[in-house]
Design a protein around this ligand. Structure first.
Ligand code: AMP
Length: 425
């Protein structure tokens, strides 16, 4: 199937070929005609499936055929959980809309609001926003959401994880009743289903990867190793196999910093990216990583959300995530549209229960490896897992918490809104 057959206009087809895409991905094949037909959508798709173009292309076409926005008005609102994802969607809107004369802008917290207020003044065809900053600007009267024609919730599960449900509900009240709604989520908790029921009108269901399973193109493996040997093993694997563009996940910001420093000392260029870094520092690190100057990027879960990195070959779980679903999100960074990827997890004795939770979720037993010279001590005793806050221990020894609130695990992280403590289910 070609993009032409999906009913897209010439100006969009030109932009698509400038991007070098020859064929629509499965989510694009399914979603584009449905969105063009004006349907509400409930789409299950992970990052890497081409979902952004799946909603951006038809959205631009629908907007291109309509009237321009009035002062402070917005015609299409895309809500994203993080600034990185907002930036990525914004980039797609600019890229795919380069031959159209639609106005778009991104707004998120952590930066000055004046340029955002200026951009909103004369109205926007597409506004991409994180919920917290959007509410701030709305309350100050800088944005009028009463004329929104299309609403997109991107990575809705992540928005709920980050405690944005109240902002989302307040935003929904500001929108007109008659509008088109598109909801994208990688996972489907009960909360997401409740939100979908409230939000969507007779939605078409689009599913490209089975729920809570990982993409087949990702080769996954687990190295069993002692807690204290993880860093050395990681340096060894990177050097031994000549891995480049390695995205490494750690549980804590402190752990990310420490690991990046230690790898750099061993002449493996590495930088950490997390919520305490300024937007500028994050953008620089990401830029260096994408351009290939930086071999390793060490990230925490929240900071990594929405990172747009094409064909990322390696993802390493230096620490297993406390929430099993985060494993699916993390490794979704690799094996992206049309390329293969490898996801390696370094697992010590403390993390066996977490590993079991992940294997249950993805319905796979992951192959276990032991690297010669890094054999784990068979008599090692598990220790409680360190929480996001330095030195703080999780109750219950930090094990068996596959269903625990991801919010609690991320309390040391900074998003553009203070996280709210709550049970996930
Ligand atoms: P996404 O899932 O939206 O984050 O997209 C993942 C990556 O796939 C992005 O870097 C896109 O540039 C790329 N992509 C999207 N659509 C296509 C396509 N039809 N062919 C090849 N690459 C694509």
């Amino acid at each position: 199937m070609s993009f032409t057959e999906l009913g897209l206009q010439d100006d969009l087809l030109r932009a698509i070929s400038t991007q070098g895409y020859t064929q629509p991905t499965p989510i694009q094949q399914k979603a584009i005609p449905l969105v063009l037909a004006g349907r509400d959508l409930l789409a299950s798709a992970q990052t890497g499936t081409g979902k952004t173009a799946g909603f951006t292309l038809p959205l631009l076409q629908l907007l291109n055929n309509g009237k321009r926005p009035g002062k402070r008005q917005v015609r299409a609102l895309v809500l994203t959980p993080t600034r990185e994802l907002a930036a990525q969607v914004g980039e797609s809107v600019t890229d795919y809309g380069k031959y159209l004369s639609l106005k778009s802008h991104i707004i998120f917290g952590g930066v000055g609001q004046n340029p955002q207020v200026q951009a909103l003044k004369n109205g926007l065809d597409v506004l991409i926003a994180t919920p917290g900053r959007l509410m701030d600007l709305q309350q100050q009267g800088h944005v009028d959401l009463s004329q929104v024609e299309i609403l997109v919730l991107d990575e809705a599960d992540r928005m709920l994880d980050m405690g944005f449900i109240h902002d989302i509900k307040r935003i929904l009240k500001l929108l007109p009743n008659k509008r088109q709604n598109l909801l994208f989520s990688a996972t489907f908790s009960n909360e997401i289903q409740t939100l979908a029921t409230q939000l969507l009108d007779n939605p078409a269901l689009v599913e490209v990867a089975p729920r809570n399973t990982t993409a087949e193109k990702i080769e996954q493996s687990v190295y069993r190793v002692d807690r204290e040997k993880k860093r050395e093993l990681l340096a060894h694997l990177i050097s031994q196999h000549g891995w480049f563009q390695v995205l490494v996940f750690t549980r804590t910001k402190h752990g990310a910093n420490r690991l990046a420093e230690q790898l750099s000392k061993q002449e493996i260029p590495a930088m950490a990216i997390h919520g305490n870094k300024s937007q500028g520092a994050r953008t620089r690190a990401l830029g260096a990583f994408k351009s290939g100057d930086l071999q390793v990027l060490v990230a925490t879960d929240i900071a990594a959300r929405g990172l747009d990195i094409d064909e990322l070959p390696f993802v390493v779980n230096f620490d297993l995530p406390n929430v099993a679903e985060d494993y699916v999100h993390r490794i979704g960074r690799t094996g992206r549209a049309g390329s293969n990827g490898e996801a390696v997890s370094l697992v010590c004795v403390d993390e066996h229960a977490l590993l079991a939770g992940i294997e249950k979720l993805i319905k796979q037993t992951l192959p276990k490896k032991i690297e010669p010279g890094f054999e784990p001590d068979p008599n090692a005793k598990p220790q409680p897992i360190e929480n996001g806050r330095r030195g703080q221990r999780q109750p219950g020894g930090g094990r068996g918490q596959g269903q625990r609130s991801s919010q609690n695990q991320r309390q040391g992280e900074k998003s553009d809104k203070a996280p709210r403590r709550r049970a996930r289910r």
